[in-house]
Design a protein around this ligand. Structure first.
Ligand code: ACM
Length: 420
């Protein structure tokens, strides 16, 4: 643990026995998604998270930069994206009924220089930063900034203060396609990663069903129904990225559109089956199933667990997660690039809350993606964690969830969640 402190606190020399270490990672993509859209994290906190990822031999930081609740990426050509889209008036607190809000403005964004710093800092530690701009859903912050991107232009929208799936999606006009090509051009200038994520998840299409413009657009394009604009829009962005030598990554909903180029990588979040579908269609697969690796989900059933949302995922559950279980067809296994833990931040409103949700479960996940399946040993992990690794996290100042449950100030009495 002393080696993880910022400065020496005792003897400055350690000796190690001579040895030869033979080790290598099981997967090439050992990722963690950080949602900086729902709650912004200042650059220094992202840099700190890079340190923590690298200390756990994770090598991909997926930055979810845009959503209904905030746009965090400076795009010089479209300044209102951050001037307007980077702030919301208030935030929902928990997921109770009725809705509760904090009436406190929230926001922030990264300048191009901030992002270049994050990318360069991560690269020094062998961490690739994969940026995500989520389209055509999860776009209310962009529509609030530029109403011409939406479907109901007579209605001015706020940056969304609530959580959930939102029906205010982009329109499919030539203007909107060109706008987002510009945005992705800027993203590619700032982020050198071979993979760029365009989202594509959770797109309710009823605004297109009701919009005369969208209906006409779908008919002009020869689409059977307005809902098919989803696949069409995604395809425009996929092609744009591929034409410029990048690979598109999209959430598994993009599999539903026709003609998706096989080079697109599919982030399988809704379940393991979508991984099989993606592989059968010739796509590489990134496994991030919400039933297993969503680290914003609750860690115990105890009433003290803060803002209990999603599936119950204990430390032991995460350690037991097996990305490629025995019996997986070879054709599917060969397509698995790796796996990614996800930290969505609706209920992680500070770096301290991120620490609590991430650790020590992210240490368990790191072992899942690094070690061979046969080398994993749950009892040994818990022993090593308690004896050796938690003291390292203490030395690093990580405010992890103690194995016995939250410390009093880590609870959120009275804030309802929405367990599944
Ligand atoms: C997702 O959780 N909507 C990718």
């Amino acid at each position: 643990p002393a080696a993880f402190r910022a400065a020496p606190t005792g003897p400055r020399h350690w000796s190690l026995p001579c040895g030869r270490i033979v080790d290598r990672p099981r997967f090439g993509w050992r990722g963690c998604l950080l949602d900086v859209a729902r709650h912004f994290l200042p650059t220094r906190e992202v840099l700190r998270f890079v340190d923590l990822a690298a200390a756990h031999k994770l090598n991909v930081l997926h930055l979810h930069l845009t959503d209904d609740q905030g746009w965090r990426l400076e795009v010089p050509r479209y300044p209102r994206l951050t001037e307007v889209g980077g702030w919301r008036r208030r935030s929902m607190v928990g997921r109770g009924t009725p809705d509760a809000f904090d009436d406190r403005p929230h926001g922030g964004h990264y300048t191009t220089t901030d992002l270049r710093e994050i990318v360069a800092y991560a690269a020094e530690q062998h961490v690739m930063v994969v940026p995500e701009v989520d389209v055509p859903g999860h776009s209310q912050a962009a529509i609030a900034a530029y109403p011409e991107l939406g479907n109901e232009q007579s209605r001015l929208l706020d940056v969304w203060p609530s959580w959930g799936v939102n029906s205010n999606i982009l329109n499919a006009s030539d203007h909107t396609v060109a706008f987002f090509r510009d945005v992705f051009d800027h993203v590619m200038e700032v982020f050198p990663s071979p993979v760029v994520c365009l989202g594509g998840d959770e797109v309710p299409t009823e605004q297109w069903d009701y919009s005369p413009l969208a209906r006409r657009r779908a008919a002009e394009l020869g689409l059977a129904r307005p809902a098919d604009l989803h696949g069409w829009f995604v395809r425009r962005m996929v092609d744009h990225l591929h034409d410029r030598g990048r690979r598109a990554l999209g959430w598994d909903e993009i599999l539903d559109g026709p003609g998706l180029p096989a080079e697109a990588v599919i982030g399988c979040w809704r379940g393991v089956e979508t991984g099989h579908r993606a592989a059968a269609a010739g796509h590489d697969v990134l496994l991030c199933p919400e039933q297993h690796v969503y680290l914003d989900h609750r860690q115990s059933e105890h009433p003290d667990e803060p803002v209990p949302v999603g599936f119950l995922r204990t430390l032991a559950d995460v350690y037991r997660y097996e990305p490629v279980p025995p019996g997986t067809p070879d054709a599917v296994a060969a397509r698995v690039l790796g796996a990614q833990a996800q930290l969505w931040s609706e209920h992680l409103d500070s770096p301290r809350r991120v620490d609590y949700a991430a650790f020590p479960r992210l240490a368990a996940f790191a072992e899942v993606v690094w070690s061979p399946r046969e080398a994993r040993e749950p009892d040994g992990f818990e022993r090593r964690l308690a004896a050796h690794h938690l003291p390292r996290l203490d030395a690093l100042g990580v405010e992890y969830r103690p194995l016995t449950g939250p410390r009093p100030w880590q609870t959120r009495p009275g804030v309802a969640g929405r367990p599944r």
